[in-house]
Structure formats: C-alpha cells, structure tokens
Design a protein around this ligand. Structure first.
Ligand SMILES: *[C@@H]1O[C@H](CO)[C@@H](O)[C@H](O)[C@H]1NC(C)=O
Ligand SMILES: *[C@@H]1O[C@H](CO)[C@@H](O)[C@H](O)[C@H]1NC(C)=O
Ligand SMILES: *[C@@H]1O[C@H](CO)[C@@H](O)[C@H](O)[C@H]1NC(C)=O
Ligand SMILES: *[C@@H]1O[C@H](CO)[C@@H](O)[C@H](O)[C@H]1NC(C)=O
Ligand SMILES: *[C@@H]1O[C@H](CO)[C@@H](O)[C@H](O)[C@H]1NC(C)=O
Ligand SMILES: *[C@@H]1O[C@H](CO)[C@@H](O)[C@H](O)[C@H]1NC(C)=O
Length: 391
C-alpha cells in the first residue's frame, strides 16, 4: 500500500526540483493565482503552532498551493508547522487529554498528506494516534460519535462529520481497506446525521442533533437543532464530496452518499442569494430576509468549492451548476478578498464560531462577531480557487 504513495511522493519531490523555476510563470497565467496569493499572504503573517482544526483547514489550502506551484516554500511551511506540534516519534507535544473532541481529528488529514509526501514514520504515527482516539471516543446509543467529551454527550454535529469522518475514511482506505467494520461505522455516521438533521422542506440540514433529547435546543421528536447554519452545512457538503474519493464504490453506502451530495447541491443552489451570489449565515426561512442576517463568507466559500469539485468529479452537471458556482466565486472575490498596501491579501467576513453549546437561537448565531483572516473561511476559499486554477 505505502509503496504507491512513496512513488507519488518521489515524483512530487522530483517535480519540486525541476519545476520551481516555472512557478512564477504559472502564477501569472490567465487562470488566476488566488491559490498561492492568499497562501503566501498567510505565510507572511506567520501562524502560531497548533493542532486545532482551523489551522488544519488552512494547511490543506497551503498544500494545494504547493501542489499547484511546486514551490518548496509551501511544503516547508506545512512541514515546519506540523513538526512544531509533534515530538520526534510522532506523538503530540500537547497530548490527547480527557477532553476528546472530533475537532482534534481534522489535522490527521494533514499528517496523512505529509506522510504521503515524505514517507516518514513520524507522520504515520501521528495519524495512528488520532485513529486510536476514535476507538475510545464515546458514542450515543445509535453508534454516533459524541461531538466532544465531556461537553456534548450524545450529540452529533454536522461539523464533526467533516472533522472526523474524512480522516477515518482516508485512513481506512490507505491502511485497512479490508476493514468492513470500519466502512460500516463510517457510513453509519452519515446515516445518523441524515436521519436526524435533514430538513425535509429546504433539503438543507439542521446544525446537529442530541440523541438524548436533553439539550435546550433539541426538537422533541428528532432531537434536531432548530436552525440551519451555513458553515455547518458547508462542512458537511465538503465532507460528502471529499469522502467519495476514498470510500469503496462497492459498498452500498457509496451510492447513498452520492445521492446525499447531489440532493444537498440542489438545495445549496436553491438557497443562493440571487442578488449577491453568496449564502446567508442562517439559511432556514424566514431568516434569509431578516435584516439582522447577512451573507457569510466561510459557508459561501465551502458551497462554492463543493459545487466546483462536484462538477469536476462528474457528480454535478456543468449545465445545471456551473453558473451558480461561478457566481459564488465572483461574490467571494468581490466581497471578501481585500488587498493590503504591500500587495498581500486579507480574507474577510467569516463568523468566528457557531456552537451548539449555546441556546441555539437565531439571536445567538447573529450575536457572534466576524473575524478577519479566519482560517476556516480562507482555507475553503483557497480550495475553491484551486478547483479553478489547479486543473
Ligand atoms: C498574484 O498576481 C498578482 C497580480 O495579479 C501579483 O501582484 C502577486 O504578486 C501574485 N502573487 C503570487 C503569490 O504569485
Ligand atoms: C503586509 O501588510 C499586512 C497588513 O498591514 C501585514 O499584516 C503583513 O505582515 C504585511 N506583509 C509583508 C510581507 O510585509
Ligand atoms: C496534486 O496534484 C496531483 C497531480 O495533478 C493530483 O493527482 C493530486 O491529487 C493532487 N493532490 C491534491 C492534494 O490535490
Ligand atoms: C476495524 O475498524 C474497527 C472500527 O473502527 C476497529 O475497532 C478495529 O480495530 C479495526 N480492525 C483492525 C484490524 O484494525
Ligand atoms: C424527514 O423525513 C423523514 C422521513 O419522513 C423523517 O424520518 C425525519 O425525521 C424528517 N427529518 C426531520 C429533521 O424532521
Ligand atoms: C439566546 O442567547 C442569545 C445570546 O447568545 C441571547 O441574545 C438570547 O436572548 C438567548 N435567547 C433565549 C431564548 O435564551
């Protein structure tokens, strides 16, 4: 299994050696250079060391900048950041504690990437620690992972599906492809979140659900949270399209997730704001027309990216989705990318958090401030740019 990744790694490193002189030519091509331009802007600001998921989301963007340009500055940066959170044997400088959060699994995808490029055991070991964490993360009675121990017992959030299931899927594809228990377990996470949070009228999904029904926001029948939050749906949309690259086509769950992705894409298309081309922070009616609501940049970037990738992968028809995706991308560039005097870029308009640790009301979601240069929005904008610039 490892051999083909090492071969790929070798060819990537070879590409680095031979292609770095052409990187600047590629950067000025007619296709645009937001992938590396925004990446470079973050490099120039410096980023502290962390295993937090938001950092992981940014690093994936910088991996794509490396993939696009073969410029070693991006590779070196990701490696330095990841080495900074690992001991030499791949264990964590800040170890896993009694708090177990699905958010902490997300950086496993970056460890897998770096392992595939370097072949170094250290990064495989780091991925193994996170895979191990899933074996002792508590579950609700249906087998769904708790979003976090101890704070969110029995709760599944759309966010957590992206944070953990994509790593779980890629890890299983690479290291345990014959583990049917794992494949069934992975698809069960999607089955559960769909059964409890898919809104049958908009086709979008509520933020999460509480299987115990005790959370202050839980619907008495489904356990669902009351609102559709754009970033949560965005995480889930990205999760569906990315997991399909690794999930076995022969498993019955594959077709289910294709259908779920396509159904969600239709709902995303329908909910695009026709005036701006972006998407609302709170997406369930009547809130899109509420003057306190606004077009939020991280969810908008995730939807744009998911649509573009879905088209490229042949799961969405260009004829039906191309215009929507391009209109979304124009909105992102126009409304959320700013330029500093020194030529670096800023990413604007991303809401800091949306947590079901709150009371779950519309008033809560709109009370959370926006942040500049938030990795959770900037990362997905880089992914969307790469879809347009990298192929
Ligand atoms: C991207 O292109 C702009 C001009 O459109 C240029 O100013 C900038 O330096 C380029 N950035 C990178 C990282 O290539
Ligand atoms: C460019 O300007 C921004 C905003 O003032 C700053 O944060 C960044 O560090 C500067 N970058 C460089 C390379 O000077
Ligand atoms: C990087 O580019 C190669 C060649 O185009 C592609 O096969 C690979 O999937 C890309 N990797 C990522 C992480 O996008
Ligand atoms: C297969 O996956 C299951 C579920 O995650 C796990 O408990 C088990 O240890 C895995 N089997 C092997 C051989 O790794
Ligand atoms: C959507 O409809 C299905 C099938 O009727 C139902 O099981 C599910 O609870 C509904 N979802 C929500 C969030 O109401
Ligand atoms: C819910 O929390 C928000 C602030 O987070 C507050 O403005 C609102 O009044 C609360 N609503 C209820 C019903 O508790």
């Amino acid at each position: 299994m490892g051999v083909s990744f090492l071969a790929k790694a070798a060819s990537l490193l070879l590409a680095t050696a031979t292609a770095s002189t052409t990187a600047s030519a590629a950067a000025t091509s007619a296709k645009g250079n937001y992938t590396e331009h925004l990446s470079e802007s973050f490099l120039s600001k410096g980023v502290t060391l962390s295993r937090n998921y938001a950092y992981a989301v940014l690093y994936t963007g910088i991996e794509l900048a490396y993939n696009k340009t073969s410029n070693p500055v991006y590779y070196n940066y990701v490696k330095t950041q990841l080495d900074g959170v690992l001991n030499d044997d791949g264990s964590f400088v800040v170890p896993i504690t009694s708090t177990l959060s699905l958010d902490d699994i997300r950086i496993g995808l970056n460890f897998l990437w770096l392992w595939s490029v370097t072949g170094e055991d250290k990064y495989k070991n780091a991925a193994d620690y996170l895979r191990g964490q899933l074996d002792y993360t508590p579950r609700n009675p249906d087998g769904g992972f708790w979003h976090r121990r101890p704070t969110y017992p029995d709760q599944m959030w759309l966010d957590g599906i992206y944070m953990a299931s994509n790593f779980y899927t890629q890890y299983t594809a690479w290291f345990q492809p014959g583990n049917e228990t794992a494949w069934d377990d992975i698809i069960n996470q999607y089955d559960l979140i769909e059964a409890h949070t898919r809104d049958n009228s908009t086709g979008l999904l509520f933020h999460g659900y509480d299987a115990s029904g005790t959370a202050v926001w839980a619907d008495p029948v489904t356990g669902a949270a009351p609102h559709i939050w754009d970033r949560a749906v965005g995480w889930y949309f990205m999760s569906l399209i990315e997991m399909l690259d690794y999930f076995p086509k022969t498993h019955a769950g594959y077709a289910r997730n294709v259908k779920r992705f396509q159904t969600l894409a239709a709902a995303v298309k329908k909910s695009q704001d026709s005036a701006s081309g972006g998407w609302w922070l709170i997406m369930d009616p009547p809130y899109p027309s509420d003057p306190r609501n606004y077009i939020e940049s991280s969810g908008s970037a995730m939807f744009t990216y998911g649509l573009l990738r879905g088209i490229r992968k042949g799961l969405l028809k260009e004829k039906e989705y191309g215009k929507v995706a391009r209109k979304g991308y124009e909105a992102l560039k126009r409304d959320f990318v700013g330029t500093n005097a020194n030529g670096t870029l800023n990413w604007e308009g991303t809401v800091q958090v949306g947590s079901l640790g709150s009371n779950g009301t519309f008033e809560y979601y709109i009370s959370v401030p926006l942040a500049q240069n938030d990795y959770k929005g900037a990362g997905p904008f880089i992914y969307a740019s790469y879809e347009l610039e990298g192929y």
